[in-house]
Design a protein around this ligand. Structure first.
Ligand code: 26W
Length: 821
């Protein structure tokens, strides 16, 4: 197995691990073996692994403080880490010793691993990307700090009741979190509301003072993130909001006890819960408060660490720090840094602006207009009066430059302004992020091109060198090493250790595609996974699934643009064929869906109901027996993902071309040997290029064709009229066949497809169904399929987050690795 050698000096022999485990059970959990619950045992083990982790962490911090290192600060409202224990064991190289130690204590390591509650501090792709990036930053030895929010309640727990999604609150901190270090001494005050005073100080200088109406305190919680097979760690610092004092004594002394506690409640609300929307901007005040709270704590911390600890001249700050904005969510960091430099440290505007622009860079993750953040001006003004003044000043100076370059182009000025004045007034966060950053990156080649051509066209014309592409990647440690140990072992046996740090080495697998003995072993890995999942499905849900069938999987957030309902139309097509005896060639398939819908997104929730309703009919109809099953796995999250990616035969990546910025699940499936059926969207384009088109099932309109069709006027009914099978499928849904005769239930869905479908399902239906027929044929030749699977895995190097982070280092951050000794 890769990473066998422990890279910490702390004794990590089996004996030492046993001793440390017993000691932690007594001293931290405070129980003897006989009364310990399974969770107590998990905790004792977590503390045991943590002490190995802390050794590396402390050495890393010492090194980074002693040497004058350039540091990356990754600002993100979300970090979707997933469970820590197994990942830390892998990265520290102690999995086998720990497994043995637990065995000698009469315990099963993997049962304990399974007990960990995951920190679901993110919605989906953007938050998970931040977590993969921390893993790669540590592994590449880059000094880095991630700044985020410690939400008390992360992503909601999804249950399915009568086929519908029902949300339950997540309480990940309930049993404590052994992976975080509480740092009450690292605390900053964050101001809100109030007003500004402009005055001339005693030295005759023009100054501005912000008199806040409310102050909230941010407290740091630190989580060390281990690199793989290196002693380096990075720090994830998450902020929790508290009231500055536990009581407002003035109110208290007046006898207003409730008023006194109220302030505490208001303050603590800020980090109470993660907003569960991805892609639709809600415009809620609390969300703006969260964003500013994150940014203000983090900027104060950055400045404290450099000014106070390292005595850095603030006009030189950009030589010491590169700050990445993960989408626009933390883009208030731009006016916040300006405020601190200009108002508090009295640095003149121009040098302050130079520092700010040099420090920040911004990653865009979406082209969807409804996801572009904009804040109603009155709300912004009330909450952050000084920041609005600063934004006005930035805007004035910026628009002067635009006016100079494009005289009399008022339409362009209106588009590029940081303030949207077309209707009600708004502050445009993407424009702010663009003006305040020296680099902007898209997350796949296609996405970046579309940014340049459409969403950020004016920006690209104004600064032709500012926008660049860095295709996303995922960490092979978690997504192969942790989630698929059996595949990892087979790969290591074939090509040796080292590939988990250097995915290029996987190319050495290519010749094994021609080795029939190897192919058999490759299939066995997948078979074991599928059997295990079938067992779990029986135990946990009483579902019967056939591990011999093809597992066709789509897991991701539920959204119309991702088109889970296109997948369902294909399922119904197969069902219809089975009902009509047209099933001669059909390989048995199990369709697996998973994903959460934003609680306020009606259509997405209806799609979940649609999947479950079709499942109910299809799974109970005797005509489909042994041929077709449909499963919706509730509460898809990182932990479930780790089980699902390795079991898939087919990965569904079927968004409308031009809508999915990159996708990262597509990479996780392919790294585990699934073949992809996908549109030419996001990173699919590059995955296909890497693995070879003969190993990738592509279909549908290209992004360009989508644009052209829309310009000409998309007419869904014309597509419907031309395709009899599609007509039958739609008629079946409309008849109430999947809704106990209710012809209204799915009407909103069907009407949207027929009359005003932005996502053009009917346009891609025929191409999708015929592509699925090619998949069916290909799966029938299992030797060929296995070859394709091996070749796919061997060609995935480019999609490691190590490659992505290396590109950020070279093209944006200009940072170097630092040896920790
Ligand atoms: C309205 C608030 C909001 C808006 C957008 C919250 C979150 C978002 C994110 C941009 C949603 C997201 O996760 N986007 C995904 O980012 C991934 C990482 O780059 C990409 O792989 C996905 O294609 C993109 O949808």
């Amino acid at each position: 197995m890769p990473g066998k050698t422990p890279i910490s000096d702390v004794p990590s022999s089996v004996e030492a691990i046993k001793e440390s485990f017993k000691k932690n059970l007594y001293e931290i959990v405070g129980k003897p073996m006989i009364t310990a619950t399974p969770h107590d045992l998990y905790l004792a083990l977590a503390y045991t692994v943590r002490s190995l982790l802390l050794e590396n962490f402390i050495r890393s911090i010492e090194t980074y403080l002693k040497k004058d290192v350039r540091t990356v600060a990754y600002f993100s409202a979300e970090f979707l880490l997933g469970p820590h224990l197994a990942n830390n064991m892998l990265n520290l190289g102690v999995t086998h010793q720990v497994e043995q130690a637990m065995k000698e204590l009469g315990l099963d390591l993997w049962e304990l691993v399974d007990l960990e509650e995951e920190p679901g501090l993110g919605n989906g792709g953007l938050g998970r990307l931040a977590a993969c990036f921390l893993d790669s930053l540590a592994t590449l030895k880059i000094p880095a700090i991630g700044y985020g929010l410690r939400y008390e309640h992360g992503m909601f727990e999804q249950r399915i009741e009568d086929g519908w999604q029902v949300e339950y609150s997540d309480n990940w901190l309930h049993f404590g979190n052994p992976w975080e270090l509480y740092r009450p001494e690292i605390a900053y005050d964050v101001k809100f509301q109030g007003y500004t005073q402009h005055y001339v100080d005693e030295k005759g200088r023009f100054r501005v003072r912000w008199v806040p109406g409310m102050v909230v305190r941010g407290i740091a919680y630190d989580t060390p993130i281990a690199g793989y097979n290196v002693p380096n760690c990075v720090l994830l610092r998450l902020w929790k909001a508290e009231a500055p004092q536990s009581f407002d004594y003035q109110n208290f002394n007046r006898g207003d006890f409730y008023g006194a506690v109220e302030q505490k409640v208001v303050a603590e609300n800020i980090t109470k819960v993660l907003y569960p929307n991805d892609t639709t901007m809600a415009g809620k005040q609390l969300r703006l408060e969260q964003q500013y709270f994150l940014v203000s704590c983090s900027m104060q911390d950055l400045i404290h660490n450099h000014l106070v600890r390292k005595k850095v001249d603030l006009t030189e700050l950009h030589r010491h720090v590169a700050a990445q904005l993960n989408d626009t969510h933390p883009s208030l960091a731009i006016p916040e840094l300006m405020r601190i430099l200009v108002d508090e440290y009295l640095i003149p505007w121009d040098p302050a602006w130079e520092v700010t622009r040099q420090i920040f860079s911004y990653t865009n993750h979406t082209l969807l207009p409804e996801a572009l953040e904009k804040w109603p001006l009155p709300m912004f003004q009330q909450l952050l009066p000084r920041h609005l003044e600063i934004i006005y000043e930035i805007n004035k100076r910026f628009l002067d430059q635009v006016r100079f370059r494009y005289p009399m182009d008022n339409a362009r000025l209106a588009r590029m302004s940081l303030i949207d004045e077309s209707d009600q007034k708004y502050v445009r966060m993407a424009n702010l992020a663009c003006v305040g950053s020296h680099k902007i990156n898209g997350v796949s080649r296609l996405h970046t091109q579309l940014l340049k051509d459409l969403v950020l066209k004016d920006c690209h014309e104004f600064w032709p060198d500012k926008i660049l592409s860095i295709t996303n990647g995922v960490t092979p440690r978690r997504w192969i090493g942790v989630s698929n140990p059996e595949l990892s072992a087979l790969i290591t046996e074939a090509i040796g250790e080292g590939w988990l740090m250097d995915m290029e080495q996987l190319r050495a697998l290519e010749p094994f595609a021609e080795d029939s003995e190897f192919r058999k072993r490759w299939r066995n890995v997948s078979k074991h996974h599928k059997e295990k999942v079938a067992r779990l499905a029986k135990e946990n849900f009483n579902w019967t699934i056939d591990p011999e069938s093809m597992f066709d999987v789509q897991v991701k957030r539920i959204h119309e643009y991702k088109r889970q309902h296109l997948n369902v139309l294909h399922v119904i097509t197969l069902y219809w064929r089975l009902k009509n005896g047209m099933d001669a060639q059909m390989v048995p398939r199990t369709f697996v869906f998973g994903g959460k819908a934003a609680p306020g997104y009606f259509m997405a929730k209806l799609i979940i109901k649609f999947i479950n309703s079709v499942a109910e009919v299809v799974n109970t109809d005797p005509d489909t027996k042994g041929k077709l099953r449909v499963i919706f796995r509730p509460n898809y999250n990182v932990k479930i993902g780790q089980i699902i990616y390795p079991m898939a035969d087919l990965s569904e990546q079927i968004s409308l071309a031009g809508k999915e910025a990159s996708g990262t699940g597509n990479m996780k499936f392919a790294m585990n040997g699934a073949l992809t059926i996908g549109t030419l969207d996001g990173a699919n384009v590059e995955i296909r290029e890497e693995v070879g088109e003969e190993n990738f099932f592509s279909f549908g309109l290209t992004a360009e064709e989508v644009l052209r069709t829309k310009e000409e006027g998309y007419d869904p009914m014309a597509y419907l009229a031309k395709n009899d099978e599609l007509k039958a499928v739609i008629a079946l849904v409309e008849s109430g066949h999947f809704s106990h005769g209710d012809t209204d239930l799915f009407r909103p869905l069907v009407d949207s497809l027929k009359y005003h479908d932005e996502y053009m399902l009917f346009a891609d239906y025929e191409s999708y169904v015929s592509c699925q027929e090619r998949v069916n044929l290909a799966y029938g030749d299992i030797e060929e399929w296995t070859k394709k699977s091996i070749l796919t895995v061997s060609r995935m190097a480019r999609f490691s987050s190590d490659r992505a982070i290396q590109e950020y280092c070279n093209k944006i951050w200009d940072v170097q690795p630092v040896e920790v000794t």
